[in-house]
Design a binder for this molecule. Structure first.
Ligand code: SME
Length: 149
């Protein structure tokens, strides 16, 4: 297991913190360790509504604290149940801008018992920064997070 996965696992398995704190620590770790992760946060399904609500995050405050299903990259992933890698956000029509500095984005769904309960969203100030290894690590992370939700 990679060093970063080991550190993420120890946060997820820690008996000392509740889920909210664990999610915040996950964001902090990813933000610190990966230089091109410039906004890292979680969104979750907002109760029975067809919308996402912002959870723990690290980065600039965003206007998009509620995102209707289907809107933006996040809203599309809420419906597709699949990872969405955007190498260049300027090429996307259905995109919600959080910051003029953001150039790329990756959103990975959190699936629990076959149901899409939320996602991790990462913005980068670099064009096309995300590697296959990042994607694999984030998909692994979302599977691990699902277990504590
Ligand atoms: N860019 C996202 C909105 C969320 S912010 O990046 C934090 C989107 O298009 O869904």
């Amino acid at each position: 297991m990679s060093e970063i996965k080991k550190r993420l696992s120890s946060i997820i398995e820690s008996p000392a913190h509740n889920t909210e704190v664990k999610l915040q620590k996950i964001c902090q770790l990813l933000d610190q360790e990966i230089s091109y992760f410039n906004w890292t946060g979680f969104y979750f399904k907002n109760g029975d509504k067809e919308e996402l609500i912002l959870g723990p995050y690290v980065g600039a405050p965003t206007d998009h604290t509620i995102i209707p299903y289907g809107k933006g990259i996040c809203g599309q992933v809420a419906l597709s149940n699949e990872t969405f890698v955007v190498p260049d956000v300027h090429e996307q029509d259905n995109y919600l801008s959080c910051s003029i500095d953001t150039k790329a984005e990756i959103v990975v769904p959190i699936m629990k018992d076959g149901v899409n309960i939320g996602q991790i969203d990462i913005d980068s100030h670099k064009i096309n920064p995300f590697t296959d290894e990042d994607r694999e690590m984030l998909e692994w992370l979302c599977d691990e997070v699902a277990k504590i939700m």
